[in-house]
Design a binder for this molecule. Structure first.
Ligand SMILES: N[C@@H](CCC(=O)N[C@@H](CS)C(=O)NCC(=O)O)C(=O)O
Length: 208
């Protein structure tokens, strides 16, 4: 039985794309009053985040008894159970596994985009690996092409639409590679879905 009144701490920044997934889910599930966001610095070796999540990654949800839940998919499943719904991910059946697969694809775009950004953050430009960057760009390009061929419904919020919003939002914000020109259906999807789902605007990364 999940705690009916407990409040939680979400270790995340407002700029983390995976953190935004959880923030969107919190908004959609109406759990805003039960989760306090406490920022963490993934580069700071002394940040308690590394004790909470040994991988040192955001987001991480802390329960009152100190239990830490990660990653974003696990946290969102926990939150949806807490909210008593299966709106974001069906509990069983093929629908569950096809939603999970599409959600993994959206997250994979974000993972590859993050690695493109990290190359610039962790290496001097002289040591950039063009081969590695091309490898990651290929993942983003193939993932986007798959969603371009079949965008999600614009009038439905689930784990896929949340993950895709955060992937595209991150590409727009950090700009590790251009995507809009070659993906008109996804541009249209993002605009239409943003009109349908208020959590898109409410969780937008603050302007730089
Ligand atoms: N699979 C994880 C990915 C989390 C992730 O990569 N988070 C980034 C920030 S958006 C991070 O913490 N990066 C720091 C690092 O990789 O050390 C999830 O879904 O939560």
């Amino acid at each position: 039985m999940l705690p009916p009144t407990e409040t939680f701490i979400l270790r995340s920044t407002l700029t983390s794309p995976f953190g935004r997934k959880v923030r969107m889910a919190i908004d959609v599930l109406g759990l805003g009053g039960r989760v306090n966001i406490v920022p963490a610095d993934t580069l700071d070796e002394t940040d308690t985040l590394r004790a909470q999540n040994p991988l040192g990654k955001l987001p991480c949800l802390l329960l009152a008894d100190g239990t830490a839940l990660y990653d974003s998919r696990v946290i969102i499943e926990f939150l949806q159970e807490l909210a008593g719904t299966s709106k974001l991910l069906a509990p069983s059946g093929l629908e569950r596994y096809s939603t999970l697969t599409r959600a993994v694809l959206a997250d994979g775009i974000t993972d590859a985009a993050l690695l493109l950004v990290y190359e610039g953050r962790f290496r001097d430009p002289a040591t950039f690996s063009e081969r590695w960057l091309r490898h990651q760009r290929g993942k983003v390009a193939r993932g986007l092409a798959t969603f371009e061929a079949e965008p999600p419904p614009v009038d439905r919020t689930d784990l896929v639409s949340i993950g895709l919003t955060c992937a595209l939002g991150y590409l727009d914000w950090r700009k590790p590679m251009a995507w809009r020109e070659d993906h008109p259906r996804l541009v249209e999807w993002l605009t239409a879905y943003g009109t349908f789902e208020p959590a898109v605007e409410r969780t937008r990364v603050p302007a730089k």
